[in-house]
Structure formats: C-alpha cells, structure tokens
Design a protein around this ligand. Structure first.
Ligand code: AMP
Ligand code: GLY
Length: 422
C-alpha cells in the first residue's frame, strides 16, 4: 500500500519511520517533509494546508492511505474532502476536529458530557470578558478560541496582565480570527501528562502515556515552546489513573461526539492536569502530539498501519496493542533564540557518531548540497530507549552530546520528573 503523510516536523518523521516498518507499506510520500524524512520517503513539494493539491496528488498516485500530522488541514476539513472522493484518510472530520479548533466548543462539550475540566466562562466582547475576570481568583488563564500554533494560552498572574491579554487577543487581534472569542479559565495546579487514544468513531484504544516539557529552560522556566522533549511512559499516570482517564475522559468524548453527529476518528489527544481532585482536561488535540509521538512510537510493537486502518474502517474493538516495556526519552535540540527569533541554515554535524540504537528524528532541517542544515526552531528530536528511565536518559544525552550546530540549545532535564518519582 502507498502512504501519504502530511506534515514536516519531528512527529511526521516518527510517523514515517514507524509506518516504514509495516510489511504492507510499499512506498511512502511526505508532503512537504524535511531533510530527515527525505531518507525514508519521497518528499513532495505540497504544503500541509493545500487541500486541493494534496487531493490531486493522492488521486494521481493511487495513495492507499493518507495520514494527517498537523491540525490545520484537519480543522480545514481535509478528511471530509478526501472521503468525499472515496480516498482513505486517517484523522477526524472537520466537525470532530472542533475539539481542537475551538476551545469554546471543547469546553461546552466537556460540561455537557461531564468530562472533568477547569471552571471557565466564554466571551465574544472585550467588555464582557473584562467584567468576567471578577468571577475568577488569580492566577487566571486566558485562551483564544481558535488555533494559534500553541501560543493562544496565556497564564496571567495579575488582573492587569489578564486585561492586556484579552485586549491583545480581541482588539489587536494578534491571533486574527482565532481571537474572536475567548475562554477565561481557572488555573489548575498539578503535574501534566499527555494521553493519546486512537478511535474509529465508536471504539477506542489508548496508547501508553507520555509527558511533554513545554517550557524552554530547565525546571520548567521561561516561555512556552512547541515542546522541548518527552518521555514515555509517564509514571504520574498510574494504572488506576489511566483507568479513570479512560472512563471519565476518553469514553465520554467518543460517545458524546457520536451523539453530536460528529463521530470521532483518528487520534484524540487529551492534555491532562493530574490535580489533587483527580485528572482534569487542559485541552484536546485531534492529532498526534509533537514531541510525544517521538517518545511513544518507538515503544509500539504493533503495526501502526493496521491500527490506522482499523480507525478508518472501524475495527478497533478487537485491537490490542503490544508495547515495548523499556521507557523512551526524546530530547529536542533547538536553534538559539527559539521560541523567539532564530537563525536558520546552520550546518549540523555529528550524525555519524550517534549510536545505532538511537533514532534522530528531524523537525526543522533541510538538505543543502552535501549537508543537513537547520531550517526551523525545533531542529532535531534525539530519541533513545533504556532498561529503565535513568538508563534511557543516560543513553539519549550521550547521543545528544555528539551532535552540534551553531547556537544549539536543549534542556538538560528531560525525564527528570519520572526519575524523581522513583
Ligand atoms: P494548551 O495549549 O491548552 O495545552 O495550554 C498550554 C499549556 O498551558 C498547558 O500545557 C499548560 O501547561 C498550561 N495551561 C493551560 N490551561 C491551564 C490551566 N487551566 N491551568 C494551568 N495551566 C494551564
Ligand atoms: N506537545 C504538545 C502538542 O503537540 O500540542
């Protein structure tokens, strides 16, 4: 079967890498791909949000399954378009992707179906939103309703900060139409975990837990990023807690979306805060997490293609996933200055020194003559397994130390929370 993967980050490199191991996969294309993906798949120069271009490519090349990495094409309705043309595609419909595309929709849905989440109010005028701040104690969380590339969530310690955030979102329109509505939300305290489930509209299977590291600096300091590293499993998610999440979060969402006439297929990603009162949903994504995918997929022993086909065709009820027991850690190597301005075009060296057990997933790279050079903020995700979490951390950092490029920065403490729990 020929596969088309849509996207160009570390997550897509991991998806291509894992799909390539399936005996049923004959050829993989990636649109647009990156310098690392090019070693495993044919990269085609079509942007991830160019739905007509992707459709034409899939038809012309007799693609058997298209796999969508990022959220933008999902929210734009790429799945609906492909299905209308009789093409198989892994991911949720436009209506189901509202769980990620609109925070107001997601919050209202959670209340309706009794999914535990932070208390909130939503607003569509600045005046009402500012008045609404009085209903919350500080700190308070302000969220733009729509997609904002991970930047639309602002934690405000003072009321003045909250007013400024509301005005930037609703009046200055820093996130454009994504800020037409806002959610104001209670600040939750606890440890975060990422839970990914794959669903077929009716049934679901939960993948092993993982944990992201969102802040740029060690000990969760500095501004938020797309994710500076991840590990799997996350010991904060005990077997008992995982059962609770399945029953109180994932099942009501899958059942509820079916009732709403928008059955959920593809990946449901629940960002969970483990609070003293139990798990609460911070957000939903309707796709694989980045960099969680890079830490989870190396532990999946089952054939990812079979899992994806079961999601598309409806057959997950009978599916049981096999997992590697050893933990996995992924450390993101980023460009100096990220998540602010950063340079690109820096030559990356040392790939050949990396041990054969590690995998280097490329996020922001491109081929430039004989060299691989940086082309994004998050550049690489170095990934390794270990006998235990301590061993996995040791292995991954040994290989991170072999790779270099001008200005490189990475966190030294990926996996530390898991280590501290032992
Ligand atoms: P989101 O994009 O909704 O996941 O938000 C990004 C990050 O903001 C989350 O991973 C949390 O670290 C933080 N966050 C979001 N909502 C809350 C909340 N209600 N309380 C505390 N932190 C939050
Ligand atoms: N790792 C966070 C995300 O994928 O949104």
């Amino acid at each position: 079967m020929k596969i088309l993967v849509i996207g160009s980050g570390g997550r897509e490199h991991a998806l291509v890498w894992k799909l390539k191991q399936s005996p049923r996969v004959s050829e993989i294309f990636c649109a647009p791909g990156n310098g690392g993906i090019a070693g495993l798949a044919s990269c085609v120069d079509i942007k991830a949000d160019d739905v007509p271009g992707l459709l034409k490519f899939a038809k012309d090349n007799k693609i058997g399954l298209t796999v969508v990495g990022p959220e933008i094409p999902l929210v734009a309705g790429v799945v609906d378009t492909f299905e209308k043309h009789g093409l198989k595609i892994f991911g949720p419909s436009k209506a189901a992707a509202r769980l990620e595309g609109s925070k107001v929709f997601a919050k209202d849905f959670m209340v309706k179906y009794h999914v535990p989440t932070a208390k909130y109010l939503s607003f569509d005028t600045l005046e009402a939103a500012v008045a609404g701040l009085n209903e919350f104690t500080l700190p308070v969380v302000v969220k733009a309703d729509g997609l904002a590339a991970g930047k639309g969530v602002i934690i405000c310690v003072t009321k003045a900060e909250a007013k400024l955030a509301l005005s930037e979102i609703m009046i200055q329109k820093v996130f454009k139409d994504a800020g037409a509505k806002v959610v104001i939300e209670e600040f939750l305290v606890g440890e975060e975990a990422s839970i990914l489930a794959v669903a077929d509209g009716k049934d679901f299977v939960i993948l092993e837990s993982s944990q992201d590291h969102k802040r740029i600096f060690d000990d969760d300091k500095g501004p938020n990023t797309g994710g500076m590293g991840a590990y799997s499993p996350a010991p904060v998610v005990t077997p008992a807690l995982m059962k609770k999440i399945a029953l109180q979060v994932i099942k009501p969402v899958i059942d509820g979306m079916k009732k709403e006439g928008a059955p959920f297929k593809g990946i449901l990603y629940a960002g969970i805060m483990v609070t003293k009162q139990g798990p609460k949903v911070l957000e939903f994504n309707t796709r694989f997490g980045d960099p969680e995918t890079q830490a989870v997929l190396p532990r999946l022993k089952s054939d990812l293609l079979e899992v994806m086909l079961a999601s598309v065709e409806g057959g997950l009820r009978k599916m049981k996933l096999q997992w590697e027991k050893r933990p996995c850690v992924c450390v993101v190597m980023a460009a100096g200055g990220y998540p602010g301005d950063y340079a690109t075009g820096k030559v990356i060296t040392g790939f050949e020194k990396v041990s054969s057990e590690a995998v280097v997933f490329h996020a922001g790279t491109r081929q430039d003559g004989d060299f691989i050079v940086t082309s994004g903020g998050r550049v690489l995700g170095v990934t390794a397994l270990g006998q235990d979490i301590k061993d996995a951390i040791k292995n991954v950092y040994a290989d991170v130390g072999k790779i270099s490029f001008d200005g490189v920065q990475y966190r030294q403490d990926i996996g530390k929370k898991a280590l501290d729990r032992r």
